[in-house]
Each structure stands twice: as C-alpha cells, then as structure tokens.
Design a protein around this ligand. Structure first.
Ligand SMILES: Cc1cc2nc3c(=O)[nH]c(=O)nc-3n(C[C@H](O)[C@H](O)[C@H](O)COP(=O)(O)OP(=O)(O)OC[C@H]3O[C@@H](n4cnc5c(N)ncnc54)[C@H](O)[C@@H]3O)c2cc1C
Length: 521
C-alpha cells in the first residue's frame, strides 16, 4: 500500500458536492462498515451507490474516539479489512491515529470517495409502499434509493450517565468519544466516570498529566495483560513482501481468539486460565490489599467485555490517583458527591460511560411498511433481525452490525465483511430475478431469534452474574453473537432467498414458505 500523507487524504475527502436525486443503493455511515460496503459494491459491479456520513471523513469509531491512549484491543492484523492488508502496522494493537490513517488511505486508494458525502445527517428513511423505494431525508436534501444499507455503528452515539446535577457542573465536561483537545489537562483535578474499555485506556495517560485523578468505578472490569509490542523490522518486511506470511499471521490470531468462544458460550469454567491471568495482572499491578480487593470483580470473567491493559492497575496505585467505589450521589457546580457524602472538587469530568447499544438511535428514524418505525417494531421485544441483517416489515433494508452481531472476543471487521458478502449476494439475486422488494418473513425472523435467545441462556453474558451493556432493559442480550464467528460467516455465505417474502417486477408479491428448522440450524 503506498504511503499518502494524512493531510492529503483529509483534504481530498472532506469536500462535499450536492446529493443526487436517486441512487440504486444508499449507505448510511462511513466507518469500517460503510467503507467496506462501498469498496465491495464497486468491486462487484454495483457502482450506483452513495455513502452519507454526518462526520467530516471516513473512520466512524476511529474518527470520533481520539482520547489519549485510544487503540484497538484486537490485534491490528485481524482488526483490518482482509482485502486491504496493511504491512505498516507499527505494533500489535495500533493506536487510533494509525487506524484512522489506514481507513483514510484505504478509502483513497480504492477510488470510491467520489460517491461519499460528508457532513450530511440522515434524518428519516421512509419506505414508499407503492413505488417500492426508500425516501432518505437528510439535512442537505432528499435522495430516493431502491436499497438502503445502514452502517451507522453499534458504538457510535455517546451515552451520558443519568446523574443528578451533571448539567450544573461549572468546570469542563466531555465524553470520551468527543474529547476536547483544546482543553489542557496539565495540572488539573480530573474525574473519570466509568471503568470500561475506553476508561482503562484513558486513565494511565491522563494520570501522567494531571495533579489529581478520581476514577469512579461502579463495577470492576476483568483486565488481562496486554501483549502489545512493536513489530520488528524483519516482520514488517515479511508483511510487505511475503503476503502469505501476513495471511498466516492473521489466521493464527483469528484462531487464537476463537478459542475464547467455548468459555463464553459453552461453559464459563473453560475460561479459568483467563481468570488466573487476570488475577495475576492485579497482583502484578497493585500492591495495596484494599485496592486489590476493590478492583477484583465479583462476577464471572467474560460476563462483561474482557479488557486488556498493563498500565491501568499501576496508574490506580499512584499517589495522586483515587479509585472511588461508593457510587455517585450527585454532581454539584464544583465537583462530585459520592454516596457516602464525600465531596471531591474537580476542574474536569471525563464521562467514559459508553454508548447507546441496545436501542439504536437510527431505529426511530426508519419507517417501514405502514409507516411503522423500526423502534416501534422492536418495541417490547427489543432489537431483533434475521441473521443480524434484515428485518421483517423493512424491505430492501440491510443493517451492518445489526442486532446480535457483536463480539466479546474477536474482530468486528470479520463480522462486517461476512454481512457485506451476504448483502452483495442479495443484490445479485435481486438483479438477476428483477426483484423489487424483499424482506424476511416474521416467522423466519422469529425462529432465528428464538434459537439465538435459547443459545444465549447458557452463555456467561446472561448467567455470569453481572449487568452489562450487552443486555437491554428487559435483560435480553440483543447485542452479541452467541456462536463462533466462522459459523456466522457460514450462515451468511449466500443469500437464502427462500427465507424471504419477495416481490418481483410486474408481479404480485410471492410469499415463500420458510423452512424455519433449517433456518434456525
Ligand atoms: C473506543 C472503541 C474501541 C473499539 N475497539 C475495537 C476493537 O479493538 N476491535 C473491534 O472489533 N471493535 C472495536 N470497537 C467497536 C467498533 O465500533 C467496531 O469495530 C467498528 O469500528 C464499527 O464500525 P461501523 O462502521 O459499524 O460503525 P462506526 O465506526 O461507529 O461508524 C458509524 C458511522 O455512521 C455515521 N452515522 C451514524 N448515524 C448517522 C446518521 N443519522 N447520518 C449520517 N451518518 C450517520 C457516524 O457518523 C459514523 O461515522 C471499538 C469501539 C470503540 C468505541
């Protein structure tokens, strides 16, 4: 891959021109999902597409999460497109700027950016029953599309905690995904709320800069050692000049990670070695017995996302860092009052409380058959889809990173590429058979989700004794995939038209009779 300076790329991709009136396929979002879709649409002979993103460039997660210490926690060799290997990763877990530069470079080199429009927020997506198309309303005009693919992100919309008085705080407040780089933290008193994946990357970095740091922990995470290192020169040469070497490396990482699956979904006892490693990490990082106890989780490993860090625990033990476990009672103009009544005054509050995961923000804005929104269709049952990608009542609409496609152990890019292949197969069949609309039947979707939720019961996520962002307000796990990733790929390898309600051009809709048993296999 040729080297292009980030400045050139940013200059190239931030330009915007008017929206076309009509496209065959409209893609929402320009993260891994939207960009990967665009490249594959072009490669497979579907050039009539448009990608809209409210941000200023490609990257999604990696454009928005610029906090100090931001990096992937799945090896970069696997956390990248299989079709765009990068021999230049500097280390096992690349920092955010490198991932963002990779995505920008991939976008430029693939030649798809002329069909991207940035700074465009999709406001409503409405199905026209008579004309069989989607009307996509944005803040910069409307576009008609036969097919809509949403890649609007599972971890995209920051979630603020509901804490009394947060709005009254007179210092600086920002979410980890909206870092205020204009604000200098040097010498400041800082509070970080939350101890999830972003927080444990932020804390060691911020601790180096500030005069005092309070870390507010509701539930202790399990934190394993981070086996991170710089790649040696011979490895980088191997990645560049011996493609099979890089492929083998990636494959090794893939299978290593897949070994975690039985501990998550078959029997949590199988995760005992991971638990031992995590406990050792606490011993190694912290000497104070009280602090050790406070950071030791009381639920099974894997129930919440397993985190990786070598410097989080040592940072917590620093003289000027306090771990606060009493819970937050309220926030005042000057600081934070814990539930034990102690007030800690701070200059800055960093909110690292994650994202809206179990209720996708875009669902309120997608109106399918009979004007029903996706949020209403999901209603009490929570988010559901067929194969995490298509939804009854929402024809010609495909979701990437839809319900139950998330992972606790491996690369989301693997899932995203599997979904893209499924969607391309659907588009091909739609073209060949002149299909004007297709959607899974409610029965097919129901059977798929019954099977998923049945499998979910025995997973560590549902029975491991923790509350997590994997579960919705009814305790249903609507975010994670409860099987191996190779099974996911196999199930989505070809579009199964026989499971869909289909209408072909000039024909009355022909409903298939889905074979739900086969479907649930
Ligand atoms: C800090 C952090 C670290 C992570 N690390 C890893 C990791 O190591 N490994 C891993 O597998 N996963 C990781 N993830 C998960 C990560 O989100 C996915 O891997 C992946 O980046 C998701 O890509 P996406 O394209 O689906 O969504 P996103 O990257 O979230 O992109 C969605 C895009 O849609 C746009 N959008 C949303 N709504 C609208 C709208 N209405 N109109 C226009 N545009 C819209 C957004 O602006 C955004 O650009 C991490 C997530 C976070 C937050």
């Amino acid at each position: 891959m040729t080297q292009i300076s980030t400045q050139t790329i940013t200059g190239t991709i931030t330009g915007t021109t008017a929206l076309p009136d009509r496209v065959r396929t409209l893609v929402v979002g320009a993260g891994f999902a939207g960009l990967g879709t665009a490249i594959k649409l072009q490669d497979h002979g579907f050039p009539d597409f448009l990608v809209l993103d409210k941000g200023h460039s490609v990257g999604g997660t990696w454009r928005d999460n610029t906090y100090p210490g931001a990096a992937c926690d799945v090896h970069s060799q696997l956390y990248s497109f299989s079709f765009a290997p990068n021999p230049d990763w500097s280390r096992s877990f690349s920092p955010q700027p490198e991932i963002q530069a990779y995505l920008e470079r991939t976008a430029v080199e693939s030649g798809v950016l002329d069909r991207f429009r940035f700074g465009v927020t999709v406001q409503d997506i409405t199905w026209d029953e008579d004309a069989n198309f989607w009307l996509v309303d944005t803040d910069r005009g409307s576009v008609v599309a036969d097919v809509v693919i949403t890649g609007s992100g599972g971890l995209s919309e920051p979630k603020l905690p509901e804490i009394t008085g947060l709005e009254s705080f007179e210092g600086e407040v920002f979410h980890s995904a909206r870092w205020n780089h204009d604000y200098d933290l040097t010498g400041k008193r800082v509070a970080v709320i939350g101890t999830g994946a972003s927080s444990i990357q932020i804390v060691p970095e911020v601790a180096r800069q500030v005069s005092h740091l309070d870390v507010y922990q509701r539930t202790a995470p399990w934190v394993m050692p981070r086996k991170d290192r710089e790649y040696k020169r011979f490895e980088k040469l191997g990645f560049r000049f011996l493609p099979f070497f890089q492929r083998a490396y990636r494959t090794g990482i893939y299978w290593g990670r897949e070994c975690f699956v039985p501990g998550f979904v078959v029997n949590p006892k199988l995760a005992a070695p991971a638990r031992r490693l995590a406990l050792k990490n606490i011993e190694r990082g912290i000497s104070d017995p009280g602090l050790r106890e406070a950071v030791t989780p009381d639920y099974q490993i894997g129930c919440k996302r397993i985190l990786i860090s070598n410097d989080y625990y040592p940072a917590l033990e620093a003289e000027h860092v306090d771990l606060v476990t009493d819970g937050i009672a309220e926030i005042t103009p000057a600081g934070i009052v814990a539930e034990d009544g102690t007030t800690r005054e701070v200059d800055v509050i960093v909110v690292a409380t994650g994202f809206h995961t179990t209720e996708q923000p875009i669902a309120q804005h997608i109106k399918g058959r009979n004007g029903r929104t996706m949020a209403d269709a999901w209603g009490e049952e929570g988010m559901t889809a067929y194969k995490g990608t298509t939804i009854a009542g929402f024809p010609n609409l495909f979701q990437i990173v839809g319900p139950n496609t998330g992972l606790g152990h491996s690369s989301m890019v693997f899932i995203i590429e599997s979904q893209i292949a499924y969607i391309l197969s659907a588009l091909q069949k739609m073209g060949e058979r002149e299909i004007v609309s297709l959607e899974p039947s409610p029965e097919v979707q129901h059977a798929w989700n019954e099977d998923l939720q049945h499998r979910m019961q025995r997973t560590v996520w549902n029975s491991g004794g923790c509350a997590s962002w994997y579960l919705d307000s009814h305790g249903r796990n609507t975010t994670l995939w409860p099987r191996t990733t190779f099974k996911f790929r196999a199930l989505l390898s070809e579009f199964d038209l026989d499971q869909y309600v289909v209408a072909a051009r000039q024909d009355a809709p022909a409903t298939t009779t889905p074979d739900t048993e086969e479907n649930a296999a």
